[in-house]
Design a protein around this ligand. Structure first.
Ligand code: UDP
Length: 510
């Protein structure tokens, strides 16, 4: 495929960018996020953190035309943006759909994944156009082709998954050691995960769907994970993790044990949105986020701790029947609520009666909403960014996981950390056909989440407050995440120019 790379800058002039490109690659980091909001945002924050704390580094973020505005609006002028053409070879992906949240239906997800793999050629062309190899390519796990393409250009790849060490280590362990057979029963009895610390027990119901299907060679996502992603991942030079040591350090060694490049490390540099704030106030950075529905002004009128914030992220498709039950449950709980709804077609049931809730459909400035004193708890699907943001704000969660590794995140937050309660869902959660959690359970669990007076509520809040203190401390001067970020750059620069293995070696695919 002939491709056109458009080099644009995010505020700096094109001439500046060209001049900068002639400087040694040792000071240049290339970041390539996957085209899903939950994967892109933390890498934009990483780019910002790098320029904030390492002023001599030049950082380039790779994007595609339809994703450019989203990235540009969230990066400082010092970060360059390079646009690669989004491949258009795979109908029936509609033109202009370049991000998973824009997919009209979940069944197009495998096609989307395969299409992104066609970015290999423009990516290799971009690397070849640079005067010298950059210090590293930091790229998403799903962009598996970046490892070999970078290696061909003599560049190390640092992989980013968007997941915690806990969830990544469990997933990898379960690929190598099959989980117990769900058909044999015991779906909700925890089992030990080989290689994980003793306190970790997970249930069959929490095993991510992709792992349940892992033995199915015909499953298109499995094929993609095995053929395009798995080997590239474990052959990466290192792993960038959006988490912090106090929360995740027990799982670092189990995770690192799966990586095959000698000395490869997991670098815990999060929460990345806090790291990106640098020495300026976190909220100053957040001011840049839009609030088209006026959520923050609405929260200003509410009593401290009185509002439950509800969001299921940018990926999950939720049935209208379930959305109806959630509405009734929230209203019956008697609490004020602010609910970010993804569906454009659902309308709230007419018979809910008077209530103090607010439903919004546009972009919600979630981090600022969570940090607002009016918010007392978060009903969340437990996407890892949402978990980081809730903990960094010291807010407990009602964990309602749906897809991917979200059930593992729910276990981590609610059962292990103790900063939340859980909705009882089956694998696939609301995504599973026909499964609807009733209004009575929603009401009961929301009351439990928002009950700050009882012993359980106080304990949950104390755990969330502890996580907030640790998150803030991790990104402050001398904190574990700040130190890890410096060590990552130092180690890459110290070893710049050392040979990079370009061919895949036989190994575990995990
Ligand atoms: N987000 C936001 N406003 C929105 C929708 C999403 O700020 O209206 C952000 C949210 O704060 C989080 C990310 O998008 O940083 C979603 O990532 P997460 O891992 O929580 O869930 P996913 O969408 O990947 O399932």
């Amino acid at each position: 495929m002939a491709s056109t790379i458009t080099t644009t800058t995010n505020g700096a002039t094109a001439a500046n960018h060209a001049a900068a490109a002639n400087v040694s690659g040792r000071d240049h980091v290339v970041i390539f996020p996957f085209m899903a909001k939950g994967h892109t945002l933390p890498l934009l924050h990483f780019a910002t953190a790098l320029t904030a704390h390492h002023k001599t580094l030049r950082v380039t973020v790779l994007t595609t035309p339809a994703n450019r505005a989203f990235a540009a609006g969230r990066l400082p002028p010092s970060v360059s943006l390079v646009e690669l053409p989004f491949p258009s070879l795979l109908p029936p992906l509609p033109a202009g759909v370049e991000s998973t949240d824009a997919l009209p239906c979940p069944s197009l997800y495998p096609t989307f994944l395969r299409t992104t793999a066609l970015l290999r050629e423009p990516f290799a062309e971009y690397l070849a156009s640079l005067p010298s190899p950059p210090l590293a390519v930091v790229s998403d796990f799903f962009l598996g082709f970046t490892r070999a393409a970078a290696a061909d250009a003599g560049v190390r790849r640092v992989v980013f998954h968007g997941m915690s060490c806990f969830s990544m280590a469990v997933c990898k362990a379960l690929i190598v050691n099959n989980p117990p057979d769900a058909a044999a029963g015991g779906g909700d009895t925890p089992f030990r995960v080989p290689g994980m610390p003793e306190h970790v027990g997970i249930t069959v119901d929490e095993v991510p769907d992709a792992l349940v299907k892992f033995a199915d060679a015909e499953d298109p996502v499995t094929r993609f994970l095995v053929d395009d992603v798995g080997f590239s991942d474990v052959l990466s030079w290192g792993v960038l993790v959006n988490s912090f040591a106090a929360l995740d350090e027990s799982y670092v060694a189990p995770l690192e044990s799966f990586y095959q490049v000698p000395g490869s490390r997991a670098w815990l540099v999060g929460p990345l949105f806090l790291a990106a704030a640098g020495d300026t106030s976190e909220l100053e950075e957040e001011e840049q986020e839009h609030d088209p529905d006026g959520c923050l002004a609405w929260l200003d009128d509410a009593q401290p701790g009185s509002v439950v914030y509800v969001s299921f992220g940018t990926q999950a498709h939720i049935s209208d029947a379930q959305l109806d039950e959630i509405t009734h449950g929230l209203v019956q709980s008697g609490h004020r609520f602010l609910w970010a709804v993804r569906s454009d077609t659902w309308t709230p049931p007419a018979d809910v009666g008077p209530n103090n809730g607010r439903i919004v459909r546009g972009w919600v400035p979630q981090r600022r909403v969570l940090a607002h004193e009016a918010v007392g708890g978060f009903v969340s699907h437990c996407g890892w960014n949402s978990v980081m943001e809730s903990l960094a704000a010291g807010k407990p969660m009602l964990a309602w996981p749906m897809i991917a590794e979200q059930h593992l995140n729910a276990r981590h937050v609610a059962n292990i950390l103790g900063a939340g309660v859980r909705i009882d869902t089956k694998p696939g959660g609301m995504a599973a056909a026909g499964e609807v959690v009733g209004r009575a359970e929603v009401e009961e669990k929301v009351r439990e989440l928002m009950d700050a007076g009882g012993e359980a509520g106080r304990e949950m809040r104390a755990r969330a407050a502890w996580a907030r203190r640790e998150a803030m401390s991790a990104v402050s001067e001398g904190g574990a995440s700040r130190v890890a970020l410096r060590e990552l750059v130092d180690e890459l620069q110290r070893t710049y120019g050392e040979s990079v293995t370009s061919s895949l070696t036989k190994g575990k695919c995990s």
